[in-house]
Design a protein around this ligand. Structure first.
Ligand code: DGL
Length: 270
């Protein structure tokens, strides 16, 4: 019984933490591709190749269901994987849809035509590759009309978090929020469209102001996974052990992960 969680690095731990709280009985195998992070500056082909390799490793570790807890991989590789790569009996899901469903006030499986929703001016903060893919705008257009989206590619933030330089990460977040506000002075909602960003959520909220509702993915994805496993309990694979795998330096990655999740985490080589 194990579910795989994949990210380019440490960001997916925000999703893992929320899933552990919501589904404490489900063993989770985490794969952080720290040696190749950040993905946000890579080409779509490169992201596809790295994401399929990591997903394969998670299948080998006894996971039938893998969550891409990485918006960049979800935006650049997921559709291609689902269309021609995922083997029979396995499933790969992304992190975009639960977030967009929350923003557009929909429940899972509501495929009714797009309609007006409460939010009108949405700020999207994501990596350069996610912004370039326009995947967020596409998913939103299927569900909502009349929503103005301004995207800000937040160069440097993932690198700073991966390096453990949270002072630099904070300075970069504040300057990206300023840049966004020059384009959209009064957003009513903000999407943290990268799983690393919840680690900086308080800074985003502070820089945006109290009037802006900040949507972040971790708990939305956990809730949606719980719902999915209720409907498809057989998708919890045969693995029985929780594991943390990394392509990076296990000691450094374990130290940062322990700092972020505030409990001892031991990564082993992938
Ligand atoms: N956590 C990944 C995401 O959600 C970061 C991508 C990167 O490595 O640049 O997009």
């Amino acid at each position: 019984m194990a579910v795989g969680i994949f990210d380019s690095g440490l960001g997916g731990l925000t999703v893992l933490g929320a899933i552990e709280k919501r589904l404490p009985q489900v063993p989770l195998v985490y794969f952080g591709d720290n040696a190749h992070a950040p993905y946000g500056v890579r080409t779509a082909d490169d992201i596809y190749d790295l994401t399929t390799q990591a997903t394969e490793r998670l299948f080998d570790a006894g996971c039938d269901l893998v969550i891409l807890a990485c918006n960049t991989a979800s935006a650049a590789a997921l559709r291609r994987m689902q269309e021609g790569w995922v083997p029979k009996g396995k499933r790969v899901l992304g992190v975009f849809v639960p977030l967009i469903e929350a923003l557009t006030e929909r429940h899972w499986g509501d495929n009714s035509p797009p309609r007006e929703v409460g939010v009108k001016h949405v700020a999207l903060f994501a990596t350069p590759a996610t912004v370039r893919s326009r995947a967020f705008q596409r998913e939103l257009a299927f569900r909502a009309i009349g929503v103005d989206v301004e995207a800000q590619a937040c160069g440097g933030v993932v690198d700073a978090i991966e390096e453990g330089d949270l002072i630099l990460a904070e300075a970069l977040v504040r300057s990206h929020v300023d840049a966004l506000k020059r384009k959209m002075p009064e957003p009513d909602a903000a999407i943290l469209g990268c799983t690393h960003y919840p680690l900086m959520e308080e800074i985003f909220q502070d820089a945006l102001g109290d009037n802006v509702r900040v949507f972040s993915q971790a708990s939305l994805v956990a809730e949606s996974l719980a719902d999915y496993l209720d409907r498809r309990p057989e998708m919890v694979g045969p693995g029985t052990e929780s594991l943390f795998l990394t392509t990076g330096n296990p000691r450094n990655v374990s130290n940062r992960a322990t700092q972020f999740l505030r409990r001892k985490i031991e990564f082993i080589p992938a």
